[in-house]
Design a protein around this ligand. Structure first.
Ligand SMILES: [Zn+2]
Length: 170
């Protein structure tokens, strides 16, 4: 598929320019029609690890109810990491109030998200997921603030917030 090949190319380029690429992350050499993640678990293992709400979003590409996430109101400094595998995806400095009821960011940690087009609605949307475990995070839209102009509309339940200085990441 063309979109998968494009995704692999983007990730390959991103990793080449990043000194903190996740260990064993997939490269441009991976087969373009097969998603390969360094964190692979069975459905039963994910169910055991995750809350039912997080499982529905991360593993079934569900969407949480708007306004339901406690992360909506978080403004402290820190990192937002994947609730499935702890990979840092967003920084607090990129978070902004979009008014949508979902945690929103205008930038992400380079190379840590993968993208594909989602046809669940009538119009195609660009879905994104964690590059390490494949967990669905949200959708990206073109109505975000400058400089990127992007709005990464994320399910709060798919993220964990790690306050700066806690030593949990990096
Ligand atoms: Zn993950």
């Amino acid at each position: 598929m063309g979109s998968a090949a494009v995704g692999a190319t983007v990730i390959g380029r991103a990793l080449a320019g990043s000194s903190e690429a996740p260990a064993g992350a997939k490269t441009g050499d991976a087969p373009s029609d097969v998603e390969v993640y360094t964190v692979e678990k069975t459905e039963a293992e994910w169910r055991e690890q995750l809350s039912p709400e997080a499982f529905d979003v991360l593993r079934k590409a569900g969407t949480e109810a708007p306004g339901s996430s406690e992360l909506n109101s978080v403004k402290a400094d820190g990192d937002y990491i994947c609730a499935g595998c702890d990979l840092p995806l967003f920084k607090s400095e990129w978070k902004y109030e979009s008014g949508t009821g979902w945690p929103s960011f205008y930038e992400f940690v380079e190379g840590h998200l993968d993208f594909k087009t989602d046809y669940k609605l009538i119009w195609p949307r660009k879905e994104y997921h964690c590059a390490r475990c494949g967990g669905h995070q949200g959708h990206v839209f073109d109505d975000g603030p400058k400089p990127s102009g992007k709005r990464y509309c994320n399910n709060g339940v798919a993220l964990k917030f790690v306050p700066a200085g806690s030593g949990a990441t990096g």
